[in-house]
Design a protein around this ligand. Sequence first.
Ligand code: GTP
Ligand code: MG
Length: 305
Amino acid sequence: MDSAPFSCGFAIIIGPPNAGKSTLLNELLDFKLSIVTPKPQTTRKKITGIYHNNQCQIIFLDTPGIMKPQQKLHESMLSIIRDTLKDADVVIALLPFSGKKDLFDREFAEELFTSWLNPAGKPVIAVLNKCDLVTKERQAEAEEIIKKSWNPAAILSVSALKGLNLQQLVDATRPFLPMHQPLYPEDTLSTAPERFFVSEIIREKIFLLYGREVPYSTEVVIDEFKEQHEDDPTRKDLIRCSVIVERETQKQILIGSKGAALKKLGQTARKDIEEMLGRPVFLELFIKVRPDWRKNQNYLKSYGY
Ligand SMILES: Nc1nc2c(ncn2[C@@H]2O[C@H](COP(=O)(O)OP(=O)(O)OP(=O)(O)O)[C@@H](O)[C@H]2O)c(=O)[nH]1
Ligand SMILES: [Mg+2]
């Protein structure tokens, strides 16, 4: 038995779009909880993922990437980040290596530290992600720049994708958590319901299968989630979803020629949903046009923003 006091608290993962925040959360949990795509602005809401070991429980909070807002949806995403920051005991400021001469985006880092992190007054662990893209010397160089410029409480380089230095990140996070008994049972991975992750999987597949504006103009709403297997194990669960787009042309793109694209979306999403739930499902997708939903406060509210 470990007699050290137990720590438990909240760690926000914050950074620019595409930094690898969701990849990091998944690697820390060793479970694909948060959706990941090569496109920026994949995550739109707070994703809670709970990490357990015998010394601490860390409730990691994955957030949308910080960007310049271009519409109401972006403003809602920024409010989600601000609210999540208030809940955090410690901040993991994730800055990706660019793999280029400039090492990382200093302008963004300056903005992050001065406008977001200094006013919040929380301890900050600066984490340079994607260290697989640079040499050890370049990592040390970037860490030195960050230390001198913004003086975070701790600093390290990791690769979320390759799983490098993640134990060090857990060890660096623990001292900033309050001494507290675990808030959740050890088998709890998240606080969000299954239906939320179902809608996220469908969004991920839309990001992966479609180009240009389509993924950004799309939202997924679960209309019905009938857990039929509990009464009768031979019956599949029924999941009915609305895929919301902004324009009729986007609807046509989603459906594709003779419905082929929509069929593919349904099949790929269903495969991952079944894997996550551990049981077979019927998945029905209905495409609906809601003109300019990303700019409309009422629509945004009804979609949980
Ligand atoms: N080379 C490399 N790529 C990475 C690493 N971590 C994440 N990526 C890639 O970066 C891309 C973005 O990853 P995400 O985890 O979706 O990034 P995010 O910060 O959650 O992005 P948003 O949700 O859009 O804000 C994906 O293609 C990942 O595979 C890493 O350590 N090294
Ligand atoms: Mg993300």
